[in-house]
Ligand binder design. Structure first.
Ligand code: PEP
Ligand code: MG
Length: 359
């Protein structure tokens, strides 16, 4: 088993856990990351980025799907992907145990997965890759958009996930499964993706006899998704705010470049006290989240709400999430102890403020 914090810190963190209201989960993509997160006190996984399971030497598994020459080649590539994911998910769910786990279906920005110019297997593949190269891949064929183009992609992943859940449940472990759709900005996108997931659950039930319990939800990480939160809530049992993309799209600041080129100078000038990618800005991104929370709850009062962007590990941003009444934050495993403390601090301050105003 993985070592947790030293005993004195563990005691302190347990006190903090007794005081906080806000849940703390971790972003984790593999069984090993889940074990580390749990050892540090994460209550579950708030974001498993399934595209990360294909980086490194497993990259061809996605590349073959995206660059398949014809339908038969694509089907073959999809079954290889499904098999690999079945193993990934069995290991992940076993490590999660009975805790909640949000598995996000593929959000693969194409520049991370296409061969570089000259790296393709042959001229025909290079031609197909060239047709897919984008000037702004983070704004391009990502997330649910790719799934709508390749309609067997999400069903393949979801079937692997539900089959893995059934296998793990047979050993007595029942992870609380949440299936999440990324980069949605239209309710129609979410409805279509939800239908793929439902179809996969039905296929697995027919094949295995197991009706896998799961919740379906969406990332809210585009300004339009935040504005249409009420409509999205009709199709979603939970939302997870993706504050990385939401910051990028609200400011129009590139996640990949702006830190170096703009934000350092803005902080020197005093325009910004912190990078908006590190700390939730209550007037911009934070205001969009607040609006989305209100609109979502007016349609589905019990909708489960979390944050899974980097901000989920920042104490000031955590206080903001706590005040909004979100259910949990999810951050990198190594920030979980700080998040537990920050959530407790925020709860204590809110109590103090309430008793102060009563006087
Ligand atoms: C986000 O956008 O905040 C998020 C958590 O997703 P990713 O970082 O994978 O785009
Ligand atoms: Mg995102």
């Amino acid at each position: 088993s993985v070592a947790g914090p030293p005993p004195e810190l563990s005691t302190l963190l347990e006190w903090a856990d007794g005081m906080r209201r806000l849940g703390v989960r971790a972003n984790a993509d593999t069984a090993a990351e889940v074990s580390t997160a749990v050892a540090l006190g994460a209550e579950g996984v708030g974001l498993c980025r399934t595209e990360h399971q294909f980086l490194g030497d497993r990259l061809p598994l996605i590349r073959r799907v995206i660059l398949a020459a014809d339908a038969a080649a694509r089907d073959e590539a999809l079954s290889a992907l499904e098999q690999a994911q079945h193993e990934d998910f069995k290991a992940l769910l076993t490590a999660v145990g009975d805790r909640p786990v949000t598995v996000r279906l593929l959000d693969a920005p194409l520049h991370e997965f296409l061969p570089a110019a000259g790296e393709a297997q042959d001229a025909a593949e290079e031609q197909r890759a060239a047709a897919l190269r984008e000037a702004n891949p983070m704004l391009g064929l990502r997330g649910v958009r790719l799934a709508l183009l390749h309609e067997r992609l999400y069903p393949a992943q979801a079937e692997a996930l539900f089959t893995a859940w059934a296998d793990v449940a047979a050993t007595g472990v029942r992870p609380q499964l949440e299936v999440m759709i990324p980069l949605v900005s239209l309710p129609e996108e979410l409805a279509a993706a939800a239908a793929y997931v439902r179809g996969a659950a039905e296929a697995v039930a027919t094949r295995t006899g197991v009706e896998v319990p799961y919740r379906l939800g969406t990332m809210v990480e585009t300004p339009r998704a935040a504005l249409l939160a009420g409509e999205l809530a009709e199709h979603a049992e939970f939302f997870s705010f993706g504050t990385n993309d939401l910051t990028q799209l609200t400011y129009g600041f590139s996640r990949d470049d702006v830190e170096r080129q703009v934000l350092a100078s803005y902080q020197e000038r005093g325009f910004l006290t912190a990078s908006p990618f590190a700390r939730l800005d209550p007037h911009g991104v934070g205001a969009l989240i607040a609006l989305a929370v209100e609109r979502a709850r007016s349609v589905r009062p019990d909708i489960k709400l979390g944050v899974c962007g980097e901000h989920g590990g920042d104490p000031e941003s955590i206080a903001f999430c706590d005040e909004l009444g979100l259910d949990y934050v999810s951050c990198s495993a190594h920030r979980v102890p700080v998040a537990r403390m920050a959530a407790a601090h925020s709860a204590v301050r809110e109590q103090r403020d309430e008793s102060g105003s009563a006087r």
